[in-house]
Ligand binder design. Sequence first.
Ligand code: ZN
Length: 111
Amino acid sequence: MSLSEARTAVQHDLHGRWDTLLEQAAAHRAWWLLQWPGGDPYVPGLLAQDVQEAVHERADPLWPLCPTCRDHALFVEPDLGEDAFWVCHRSGLPIAEVGRLPEQPRTGTRP
Ligand SMILES: [Zn+2]
C-alpha cells in the first residue's frame, strides 16, 4: 500500500477529525519511507499508530473507542506487519481493519 492509500485509510478512521495530526504523521512517514523503501506494506499500521499517539497526546486519549467495551481505546496489531487491524486488548478480538473503522459515538457524551 502506498503512503497516500494509507493516509486515505487512516483519514477514514478519523472520520474527518484531526486532519492536522494526520498531515504531520504522514509527512514523517514519507521521510521514513525514503530511508526504508521496502517499508510500504507496514505503512498503514505505522501511520495509524503515529496518528493515535498524536491524538492521545493532544485531543482524545480514548480514540478510537472500543465499540464493545466502550471504556478504552483500540490498538493496532501487528505492531510492525501487514494487514493492520484495530484490536480490543481485553477480548483480543480484531474490531476492524485499519481504514474500515465504523463511525463511532463521540467520546465524552452519553445519551
Ligand atoms: Zn474492548
